[in-house]
Design a protein around this ligand. Structure first.
Ligand SMILES: Cc1ncc(COP(=O)(O)O)c(C=O)c1O
Length: 402
């Protein structure tokens, strides 16, 4: 499956493991879970550890699923998704990015995670070199390792109080023979958001070396610069047939984490292979969930706008309250739903996250969960009620004052 029609027949990059000691192909359990499991459900703990809103999915979306079940839509459906949902995704993306993105490039998946796994199943063979930009949501780093890919990480850097991409370092890491780059922007956990000029340089480089770009755009609607409706997308720069796969999800912008619904935009030439892979994964997504997805796309724009405004406001409040606290480093974030912060002198983020739970009832995710580059940092998901956020701020201030 991984000898795809866009890559030529062979790849000449069997890497020598001994010369690439930084590469790692063993996958690890999630440290976010390891910390959260110690205190999930405890009344005295405020949980900001997971990447999801504390609000249920809006009722107009839930009603669409209920109506579908009431109508008896309980059957298997197409591997690539119901035609009406693929059509709706095509119309939504075409409108959002101001260029046609046809249904011949779209597949519906049972979540963003599943889309990433399918991508690795399609593209990664044992020993393949995969490059990611970290700190990064652990699944995006671990999933290629399930296919025995070997992952190299290029770390974002904090410059002038913002997370910044060291572009030259990334291009250097994208050596000829690299199989794919996995790039998530806006980024979980830092909120870093790529610039269009950086995308253009990366695309140019990857084109030259035949490297696939896997763009994880699940937070593209959660950007906070005035008047912006979406983050920059590789979709607007690449030709439809190029080596680009875009991953997206209903989880974040429509508050649908528990539904497990996402999509992929792929070059038309691999759509048939993808349909076969979908058959052997979960065959298709439940129809009532696809009905909810259509409703989200077709009627959800006011909701997305309102969510973005609310998150922008909460982020500003949290950032303003935390920045002056002594011993705390809080880089600005342009998107997603997280602040990634550091307590001076604390090197072990798992230990620190557990202490915050035990001593002040504050549940944050340990930075080490997002790669060794995240060690010493903590992630705070601010998609939460502002009263809870205020209590969280008080608890952290109390902890730091001790
Ligand atoms: C960067 C990133 N990509 C993809 C996902 C997957 O979302 P889901 O599997 O809920 O669709 C997440 C979820 O947290 C994420 O943070």
């Amino acid at each position: 499956m991984h000898r795809d029609s866009l890559s030529g027949t062979t790849r000449e990059h069997e890497m020598d493991q001994e010369t690439e000691p930084e590469m790692d192909s063993r996958f690890s359990p999630s440290l976010i879970r390891a910390v959260a499991n110690t205190a999930m459900g405890r009344q005295n703990v405020l949980p900001f550890w997971f990447g999801e809103s504390d609000q249920s999915t809006p009722s107009f979306i839930r009603e669409a699923a209920i109506a579908s079940l009431r109508d008896g839509e309980t059957f298997y459906s197409e591997n690539l998704g119901r035609p009406y949902l693929r059509q709706a995704i095509s119309a939504y993306l075409t409108d959002l990015h101001h260029l046609p993105i046809g249904t011949g490039r779209i597949a519906v998946t049972a979540s963003g995670v599943s889309a990433l796994m399918l991508t690795s199943q399609l593209l990664v063979a044992p020993g393949d070199r995969v490059v990611t930009v970290t700190p990064l949501w652990p699944n995006a780093v671990e999933i290629p390792k399930v296919m025995s890919g070997r992952v190299t990480c290029v770390s974002l850097e904090v410059q002038h109080g913002r997370w910044t991409l060291p572009l030259e370092k990334l291009l250097d890491a994208l050596t000829p023979g690299t199989r794919m780059l996995v790039l998530n922007s806006p980024n979980n956990p830092t909120g870093w958001t790529i610039r269009r000029a950086e995308q253009a340089a990366i695309l140019e480089h990857c084109r030259r070396h035949g490297i696939w770009i896997i763009a994880d755009d699940v937070y593209e609607r959660l950007v906070y610069a005035d008047g912006m409706k979406t983050a920059p997308s590789f979709l607007t720069l690449a030709e439809p047939g190029e080596r680009l796969i875009v991953i997206n999800s209903f989880s974040k912008a429509w508050s649908m984490t528990g539904w497990r619904l996402g999509w992929m935009v792929v070059p038309p030439a691999i759509q048939d292979d993808l349909a076969s892979l979908l058959e052997y994964n979960n065959s298709c997504v439940s129809e009532f969930i696809q009905r909810a997805g259509v409703t989200a796309l077709q009627q959800g724009e006011p909701y997305v706008g309102q969510l973005r405004a609310q998150l922008a406001n909460t982020k500003e409040k949290l950032f303003t309250a935390l920045s002056p606290l002594p011993g705390l480093q809080v880089p600005e974030a342009d998107g997603a739903m997280y602040l990634f912060l550091r307590v001076a002198g604390e090197e072990d983020s798992v230990r620190l996250a557990k202490r915050l739970i035990e001593e002040v009832g504050l549940g944050l995710a340990p930075g080490r969960a997002f790669g060794p580059e995240g060690e010493g940092w903590l992630r705070w998901c601010y998609a939460a009620d502002s009263k809870k956020i205020e209590s969280g701020i008080e608890r952290l201030a109390h902890f730091l004052s001790k």
